[in-house]
Design a protein around this ligand. Structure first.
Ligand code: SAH
Ligand code: SF4
Ligand code: F3S
Length: 432
């Protein structure tokens, strides 16, 4: 039996898809990349911006023609949590809809499913943790995700995540260690610790994420550790100094600021101001001067003035980012910001986004150009676009292509960087 699975949204959703794949493997489903031959078509969805949500419906429209009599169409993820019943009403092809905290129930739901008795949406937040019911994790390549924390208690005024993922939950240190060992045993060289608010981790068995990083660094065979996404004001000194003390921890920190204006940050309900953010980023640079800092930005938040936007550009100049994601504010149903009075016109949002992205892209290019001539370690992950080319990542998460044989995939090699664009590097193998 075949499973076709398509994932939208963030890395947490990619992690969930991998766990869903392993769960359904027990029922005998193997993955296929062609929906024609699938017995289950599964879409793992994202609700973060309107565009992300709308993509689901166009995707269902595209895939429905591959649905045969016996094919099950399953929708998982954040759209389901936000709007499961509505989704079943709007998309008749969907058989089962399951929220992000309930996908461990899929084997039972699938086995018992009978369309005539009614289609199903499971959107409760179950008392049990799904992690206790999932089969042991398997690494699929050299780089693996590990969810250590889920959910969010911050309630930024624009964001749906606290509603779709629920309140903050941290897995225990023991559980995380076991899963990290299992990932390394099945081939992972790099582990990316995931959480919607990862540096707010407060589970059993360790003081904070800094301790967790130090603990997993002891696993033999694990070469690289990363973590994302961090909330600026919850950063701890123990995490920052891990960048000085733990050689396996990569010199990269994703620290979303959203806006450089204090008035906008306040309206967003972000619990820090621009000076506080600058102090934290300077602290990272003090312990690890070469660290790459990245961020997320929202432009056109309700009430954002030209001056507020200029403050964001000014902050970007001050910090100097290695890479970034930036978005136009999207009014999400149920969030306080969606009903704020002073919404910004679409043309203004577009114009601001273009200006911000120009600046961010030029910084990103500069960061990449600065590595030309250096020798860096690259973890090789996948085949490149051209034949005879493979690609991977520097410690600073720069995508790098080299001419080399596929047999090197999964290894860390020394590469002399010879060229750079805003989005990637090119280099030559120094030694394997
Ligand atoms: N927990 C992370 C963010 C998770 S969502 C944090 O607080 O930094 C990823 C990014 O999507 C956010 O950083 C934000 O920039 C963007 N985003 C979230 N809601 C949005 C909205 N309603 N409109 C536009 N962008 C949004
Ligand atoms: Fe959303 Fe804010 Fe939580 Fe990030 S911190 S997930 S932006 S509510
Ligand atoms: Fe999207 Fe849910 Fe992630 S809304 S960004 S898939 S937490």
């Amino acid at each position: 039996m075949k499973l076709y699975i398509k994932t939208f949204g963030c890395q947490m959703n990619m992690y969930d898809s991998a766990r869903i794949r392993d769960t359904l493997a027990i029922l005998g489903y193997t993955e296929t990349d062609s929906p024609e031959e699938a017995d289950i078509i599964l879409l793992n969805t994202c609700h973060i911006r309107e565009k992300a949500s709308e993509k689901l419906f166009s995707e269902i429209g595209r895939l429905v023609k591959f649905k045969k009599e016996h094919t099950l169409m399953i929708v998982a993820g954040c759209v389901v949590q936000a709007d499961g019943e509505e989704l079943l009403k709007r998309a008749h092809a969907v058989d089962i809809a399951v929220g992000p905290q309930s996908y461990h129930k899929l084997p039972e739901l699938i086995t018992k499913y009978n369309r005539k008795k009614g289609r199903i949406a499971v959107t409760d937040f179950p008392a049990e943790s799904k992690f206790d019911y999932l089969p042991p994790i398997q690494a699929i390549g050299a780089s693996a995700f590990l969810a250590v924390q889920e959910g969010c208690d911050h309630f930024c005024s624009y964001c749906v995540v606290p509603y779709t993922r629920g309140c903050e939950y941290s897995r225990s240190a023991t559980e995380i260690m076991d899963e990290a060992r299992q990932l390394v045993k099945t081939g992972a060289k790099e582990i990316m610790l995931l959480g919607q608010n990862v540096n707010g981790w407060h589970g059993e068995g360790a003081r904070d994420l800094g301790d967790i990083i130090r603990m997993i660094a002891d696993i033999d065979g694990l070469e690289r550790i990363r973590y994302t996404t961090s909330y600026p004001s919850e950063m701890t000194e123990n995490i920052i100094t891990a960048h000085r003390d733990v050689p396996k921890l990569m010199p990269y920190i994703h620290l979303p600021i959203q806006s450089g204006s204090n008035a906008v940050l306040k309206a967003m309900n972000r619990q820090y101001d621009r000076d506080g953010y600058l102090r934290i980023s300077e602290r990272f640079r003090a312990v690890r001067p070469d660290i790459a800092i990245s961020s997320d930005f929202i432009v056109g938040f309700p009430g954002e003035t030209d001056k507020d936007f200029e403050d964001t550009l000014d902050l970007v100049q001050r910090v100097g980012y290695a890479s970034s994601f930036s978005f136009k504010f999207s009014a999400r149903p149920g969030t306080p910001a969606s009903i704020m009075k002073n919404q910004i016109r679409e043309e203004v949002k577009t114009e601001r986004l273009i200006r911000l992205q120009d600046l961010l892209l030029s910084q990103q290019k500069q960061f990449n150009v600065n590595t030309v001539g250096k020798e860096l370690d690259i973890l090789l992950i996948e085949n490149g676009k051209e034949k005879g080319q493979i690609s991977g990542y520097t410690p600073y998460l720069q995508n790098t292509h080299i001419a080399a044989d596929e047999s090197l995939l999964g290894q860390i090699v020394r590469v002399k960087i010879e060229s750079a664009t805003a989005t990637s590097l090119g280099g030559r193998l120094v030694k394997a």
